[in-house]
Design a protein around this ligand. Structure first.
Ligand code: P6P
Length: 339
């Protein structure tokens, strides 16, 4: 592994690929790298210390906040603030966006970060992999002024970088700055991420579908039709159902092996469950950069204009041919069809 380039070297070597390269984005990515290592250390020993289970309160989503959720949020927030690089942060665990004026309170940094600090946290107590998801934009409000909500409500196609950390059998950081997707594996003995998965690409086709079929009777008819298509004995079907309950893990596996992840609307979740800004947009940016596709069943995720910080959207993401086939079934019914 030591003859592989490290994440730190890769960030520096490729910062000139990025049209706005000023070193600030490199420094921002390095701070995310540092926070990921700190969270990884805690996640890996979660079973040994009293950090499992609920923290006794809930986040704005009304979901029980697991102690590691709060811990991960605090680590990423503190690292981003201490490194004095960003002008604002939005997080699944924060009710509103956080204005960061910088050490001199001059509000003169140009990047904002949106994140789900620990996605899939319901898996923590049962030792199933979880992940961090992050999304980076340039602010659109004037430098020298506090960030505004508009800075955070940019469409996903304005992202300058996005990525995730998957705390699994090994810990990986996978990210894009718009020039493809690269995966880095942590050597825990050295505390160094090494380039292990260069130029990651979704296979155009796959045989894995990921969805919570427990909600089947609540799905739109187009989803039900697509699931039956996946299960038919024909061509290279039936496909295999694989659903971990952790978006980052399902997405990561499908990007390597080929597959589709779906979290559609349902009569139980009329807007879907996943959040547009810090789950669907970064995942969609990565998917497209890896020659995959991501839509809400009808429209490209990256073109959705956000209206609120924690809004939810349905998502179909993965191998391009599989997502397009699912969209064909969805197109048979109007988006607002009652079901
Ligand atoms: P359900 C985790 O809470 C998450 O946001 C994703 O990581 C995961 O794919 C999904 O929700 C699981 O949701 O409703 O199937 O338990």
């Amino acid at each position: 592994m030591t003859n592989h380039i490290t994440l730190g070297e890769y960030i520096i070597e490729n910062q000139n690929d990025f049209q706005y390269s000023s070193g600030e984005l490199s420094s921002l990515l390095s701070s995310i790298k540092l926070a990921a290592k700190v969270v990884n250390h805690e996640v890996n020993k979660a079973g040994l210390v009293d950090i499992l289970g609920n923290a006794g309160n809930t986040n704005i989503q009304g979901e029980d906040q697991q102690k590691l959720d709060i811990y991960a949020n605090n680590v990423f927030m503190k690292t981003l603030i201490d490194r004095d690089i960003v002008c604002g942060v939005a997080s699944e665990e924060e009710d509103d966006f956080v204005i960061i004026g910088g050490k001199k309170q001059t509000h003169d940094h140009k990047y904002i970060v949106l994140m789900d600090p620990l996605d899939g946290s319901s898996n923590i107590d049962v030792n199933v992999s979880v992940g961090t998801i992050f999304s980076i934009y340039r602010r659109i409000s004037p430098l020298g002024t506090p960030v505004t909500q508009e800075d955070f409500l940019q469409a996903g196609n304005m992202q300058v970088a996005a990525g995730y950390v998957v705390y699994g059998t090994s810990t990986m950081l996978v990210y894009t700055t718009g020039n493809g997707v690269n995966g880095f594996t942590l050597n825990p003995a050295l505390g160094v991420f090494y380039l292990s998965h260069p130029n990651m690409k979704f296979p155009k086709d796959g045989k894995i579908y990921s969805i919570n079929e427990g909600y089947y009777i609540h799905f739109p008819q187009g989803v039900k039709d697509y699931l039956k298509y996946c299960q038919e004995e024909e061509d290279n079907r039936p496909y295999t159902s694989r659903y971990i309950g952790s978006l980052v893990s399902d997405f990561h596996r499908n990007m390597i092996k080929g597959g589709i992840y779906m979290y559609p609307t349902s009569s139980k979740a009329p807007q879907g469950k996943l959040r547009l800004l810090y789950e669907c947009n970064p995942i969609a940016f990565l998917a497209e950069q890896a020659d995959g596709w991501a839509s809400d069943g009808y429209k490209r995720i990256l073109e959705i204009k956000p209206t609120e910080l924690h809004q939810r959207v349905p998502i179909f993401v993965g191998s391009k041919n599989m997502v397009e086939k699912a969209e064909e079934f969805m197109a048979n019914y109007p988006k607002d069809a009652k079901y």
